[in-house]
Write a protein that binds this ligand. Structure first.
Ligand code: MG
Length: 244
């Protein structure tokens, strides 16, 4: 049986394939298990509800140190930030988190944590359910740079999902910026940032830039900001060019 497609169409500019090319290999099949909650088959699972061996303490490289409770990884205040042993550049990241059920504090003091791509670019974790704070510090913000398009926060204690597509910045050999970091952030199924360029690594009360090149990959970091925020179902897929 003839392969579906065409053999007489023009070539796609910049590619070796024709438009609708019948000979172009099929995209690889990835089993998504029919439910968004489970990691796809080609994901790197960073936390499965039990195993914290992918994580170390940022300060001294010691084992993770946060609490595992009911299938969740819970921030243990005082232990400090944790990061993955592995490093990543361009990636698709899925993280689920829940703010503490017991409401404590306000503004940046309520259910604060953070997801730091490359250990440098923070997507804010915060309980912003009926809890106003400065806009560029709202849940899902590219912290200190861009507020989320909307506030899609669920109530404290409810599980929430971040799906983040991240592109690492690039510099040339002389240290001139070729392209900034780009973030696409989907929060509970709602787009908060659509391939937004970050202004540089995250800072607090500072303006950032790309004056200092950093490594091409970096660890994923989760923040200890005092509050016992819970995380689960953390997985990542490295993003690479088309297979063929
Ligand atoms: Mg934070």
């Amino acid at each position: 049986m003839a392969k579906p497609g065409y053999t007489d169409t023009p070539f796609i500019p910049g590619q070796k394939w024709r438009v609708h090319d019948a000979e172009r290999p099929q995209p690889r099949v990835v089993d998504t298990h029919g439910a968004p909650a489970k990691p796809p088959s080609d994901a790197i699972v960073l936390f499965d509800g039990h195993d914290t061996s992918a994580w170390i303490n940022c300060k001294d490289g010691a084992p993770c140190g946060w609490t595992v409770e009911d299938g969740a990884l819970v921030v243990k205040h005082g232990v400090g930030n944790i990061q993955t042993k592995a490093t990543f550049g361009d990636c698709q990241l899925h993280v689920e988190w829940a703010a503490p059920t017991e409401i404590e504090g306000e503004s940046q003091g309520r259910g604060n944590s953070g997801v730091f791509l490359m250990g440098l670019y923070e997507v804010q974790v915060l309980d912003n359910y009926n809890n106003p704070t400065y806009a560029d510090g709202t849940a899902g913000a590219i912290y200190g740079q861009y507020p989320p398009l909307v506030n899609a926060c669920r109530a404290p204690g409810e599980w929430q999902t971040f799906d983040i597509i991240f592109e690492a910045p690039r510099w040339d050999a002389k240290g001139a910026l070729l392209s900034p970091a780009y973030l696409t952030v989907i929060f509970n199924g709602v787009v908060l940032h659509n391939r937004q360029a970050a202004q540089g690594p995250t800072g607090h009360r500072t303006v950032s830039d790309y004056a200092t090149p950093h490594a091409a990959t970096g660890p994923l970091m989760l923040q200890d900001h005092r509050n016992p925020v819970r995380f689960r179902n953390i997985w990542i897929r490295e993003l690479k060019p088309y297979d063929v």
